[in-house]
Design a protein around this ligand. Sequence first.
Ligand code: AVJ
Length: 333
Amino acid sequence: MTDSDISVELPNGSEALFDDARPTFNRSRDDFEAAVLAGFARWPRRIPCRFFYDAVGSDLFEQITQLEEYYPTRVETTLLETYGAEIAQSVELPRVLVEFGSGSGRKTSLLIDALGEVPAYIPIDIAAESLQAAARWLSARHANLSIVPLIADFTKTRALPKLAKRHLRLGFFSGSTIGNLGHEEARAFLAGAARLLGKDSAFLIGVDLKKDASILIPAYNDKAGVTAAFNLNLLARINRELGGDFDLSRFAHEAVYNARAGRMEIYIVSLADQMVRVKGHGFFFAKDERIHTENSQKYTVAEFQALARSAGWGPVKAWTDPANLFSLQLLQL
Ligand code: AVJ
């Protein structure tokens, strides 16, 4: 596929994927500056987790997915390999596949294989570079697949390309990325996806399950230190893009399980009293002060189904691995 093969039926508020990605890049840089300055002005301090995924961070995340301790990607991939045919049989076909976010393409490829004929594949992502890479990878493996990428924030997308309405739709939201959202945000996202996908749609969502902290903690604090590098890359990114002067050796990665809330919480901890400058502003970090960088909510199958129902979806079926680590949940409108 070449860039010019990508079709361009555009809904309002979204952009086609062209090779000049600079406007998107510039917008994300401004957004990063505003988010960091606002996040450092409140207490506890925070940096939103969507900023993990610059080029360095995306590469580190890819390494995380290959770690022994990080089970979600491996288990979800196995679930798609094992139950793909059963998932395909559980919905009326054919369906346009609408993916929320774009990953390595590997899981999507398995789902496309299972679905057989897919009239169109519409990945939605704010990062043009990720869309481009995933589209290339998938078009090499699925020769006749029509790919219609949308550069948009998938939590705010209001309309799909017209061609999506010529068929039934299947949404796909993998990797338990929904765990980054709080309950109300997740409910709002699910309700928005229902509106976007429309009548008679189905939605397949990868959801990480509640489990013992002895499995969760190593998954977010691996021996090799890849997750630590992924987390601290936020400070390196501030240094690169916002002229910050963070000394990364004076901060540490921390991953804790908040059992009451049922979520992993990721922080960056200051190892000393220190001053840091960002964009001409000075920020004092006290020893042991934490910057909150991510939540990763875990669910039971029943909890997630209740959340889905409250957003207007009907749970059809959930597939889990024998150790109950991860689930693929099929919903229907
Ligand atoms: C991509 C949000 C699903 O929460 O497991 C992995 C991100 N953070 N290790 C997750 C992540 C630290 C990941 N999600």
